[in-house]
Design a protein around this ligand. Structure first.
Ligand SMILES: C[C@@]1(CC(=O)O)C2=NC(=C\c3[nH]c(c(CCC(=O)O)c3CC(=O)O)Cc3[nH]c(c(CC(=O)O)c3CCC(=O)O)/C=C3\N/C(=C\2)[C@@H](CCC(=O)O)[C@]3(C)CC(=O)O)/[C@H]1CCC(=O)O
Ligand SMILES: NC(=O)c1ccc[n+]([C@@H]2O[C@H](COP(=O)([O-])OP(=O)(O)OC[C@H]3O[C@@H](n4cnc5c(N)ncnc54)[C@H](O)[C@@H]3O)[C@@H](O)[C@H]2O)c1
Length: 152
């Protein structure tokens, strides 16, 4: 069935979120999740310096299905399509929400482009069809809201 993403706002403060992979894609995700106070853990064969120098706990190991246990959701950033497909299947079987970096066909949820001003959040999604449109429209909304605030 064709994907049809419901945009929701989910509380992740203190929630356990797993990142599989420790490269720059993983680091980008971690920074966003930490802004929203998630409890993030990483497992990866190799971890980049940014993660090593952060306060995010990481384990250097090969992914195993059992690693998913106890997490609300996870992001796979392994850059390995075969492994990602296996991880996506494991996530569904384990009932843990799956995001596979830059592979919307394998995702149960995707991330919108966000504008945040305190408690106000605007999220723009293209149903994972055109991320560049999402970013452009988010920027237009941001400019509109910031100009409006300046005039008030
Ligand atoms: C909004 C944002 C949120 C976030 O990541 O948290 C986000 N991508 C961001 C940045 C970004 N993404 C890409 C670049 C270019 C540079 C690069 O190549 O790295 C940059 C720019 C950058 O990195 O600065 C390329 C890209 N992204 C995806 C694909 C695959 C595909 O489209 O098939 C390709 C290759 C496309 C191609 O063919 O060129 C896929 C996805 N990107 C999504 C979200 C989800 C769909 C959202 C929706 O519904 O519209 C989804 C499905 C991922 C998911 O959520 O699983 C974040 C905004 C940062 C901000 O706020 O400014
Ligand atoms: N935001 C982004 O997405 C972004 C930003 C800047 C640059 N890049 C570039 O895109 C390219 C890809 O980056 P990336 O981070 O997606 O991939 P990467 O290849 O850098 O990292 C993949 C990670 O997955 C881990 N991994 C692989 N197999 C594993 C297994 N079986 N078990 C556990 N861990 C495993 C590796 O150890 C590594 O940490 C790089 O050149 C990067 O510099 C991406």
């Amino acid at each position: 069935m064709e994907k049809n993403y419901l945009p929701i706002a989910i509380n992740i403060a203190g929630e356990k979120i797993l990142i599989i992979g420790g490269g720059q894609s993983a680091w980008s995700k971690i920074q966003i999740l930490k802004r929203f106070d998630a409890y993030v853990e990483v497992i990866a064969l190799e971890v980049c310096d940014e993660i090593k120098n952060s306060d995010v706990p990481y384990t250097v190991k090969a992914y195993e299905k059992v690693d998913l246990k106890g997490f609300l959701m996870f992001y796979s950033c392994t850059n390995n399509p075969e492994l990602d497909a296996q991880i996506a299947r494991d996530g569904r079987n384990a009932g843990v929400l799956v995001n596979i970096h830059d592979q919307p066909a394998l995702c149960q949820f995707v991330s919108p482009a966000i504008y945040q001003d305190g408690d106000i959040r605007v999220a723009v999604s293209s149903n994972a069809k055109d991320v560049y449109a999402s970013i452009r429209i988010r920027n237009e909304i941001k400019n509109f809201l910031e100009t409006k605030t300046l005039k008030e």
